[in-house]
Ligand binder design. Structure first.
Ligand SMILES: [Zn+2]
Length: 253
């Protein structure tokens, strides 16, 4: 998608586990491409998604020789349009979110959350798995929950701020860990502390944020984590094309 001057991506992770395929976030999906006005409304004119079927998670997964039904779980960072659009392409998958995020979407939404999460309503409650904060810590982050039932080495790491129940996911892929931080930050410069986030992106980040103080605090903690010497951790987010390209180079894509 292309926010006024800044091209963005929807970075979705695909994990191949012994229990089937697992997605982290789902980007936009075929349903959004078929009905952009109905599914995304006026917001599509702001973010201007590319809407190429070949870029959807389901088409890329099929291109790898799998079927949509092979995706058993989708781990959502939060319920915004650009993270849940692909969910309807995988009707057999269980959808995982934090309890706080589900609360803000379905139970006691604020006025802004009602507008923000209009589309979350089409997620079937029967497929939704809510996770309360866990009792573990990971690199100083609290409330961590090991998702053993999905696969060993998959951790839910709550990072609220962008939304009420926003969460990251940490994945042990053997040679290193990946932290998918969702929308905890938008621009790659957040991880080097240079403060070079473009003004428009900063504005967008700020306008939509549920709790700015908590978000800034978590961004500082991610910066500290990134700068740990000898770290065996790759931090990615949902929308940075720089971090996405860096990941592709790392896997030889
Ligand atoms: Zn987003």
């Amino acid at each position: 998608m292309r926010f006024p001057t800044t091209p963005l991506v929807c970075h979705v992770l695909l994990l191949e586990t012994t229990g089937g395929l697992v997605l982290v976030d789902s980007g936009f999906g075929l349903g959004d491409i078929a009905d952009p006005a109905g599914r995304i409304g006026w917001f599509r004119r702001v973010i201007r998604p590319a809407f190429d079927p070949a870029e959807t998670a389901v088409r890329q997964i099929e291109g790898l020789g799998f079927r949509a039904a092979d995706v058993r779980h989708i781990l959502l960072s939060h319920f915004d349009y650009d993270h849940i659009g692909g969910v309807s392409d995988f009707p057999g998958a269980s959808i995982h979110v934090t309890s706080a995020e589900a609360f803000g979407a379905f139970q006691r939404p604020t006025f802004l959350e009602r507008r923000r999460y209009a589309n979350a309503q089409w997620i079937q409650e029967s497929t939704l798995v809510e996770h309360a904060p866990g009792g573990d810590t990971w690199h100083g982050f609290g409330g961590v929950r090991h998702l053993h039932d999905i696969a060993p080495g998959v951790l839910l790491v709550p990072l609220p701020g962008h939304s009420r129940g926003h969460t990251a996911y940490a994945i042990d892929i053997g040679e290193h860990w990946i932290l998918h931080a969702g929308d905890a930050f938008y621009h790659h410069s957040t991880l080097d502390g240079s403060g070079r986030t473009p003004l428009l992106l900063r504005l967008q980040e700020s306008i939509i944020t549920f709790d700015r103080r908590v978000m800034r605090n978590n961004q500082q903690r991610l910066l500290d984590l990134q700068q740990l010497p000898g770290s065996n951790l790759e931090i990615v987010n949902a929308h940075s094309p720089v971090l996405y390209q860096r990941s592709l180079r790392r896997v030889g894509g």
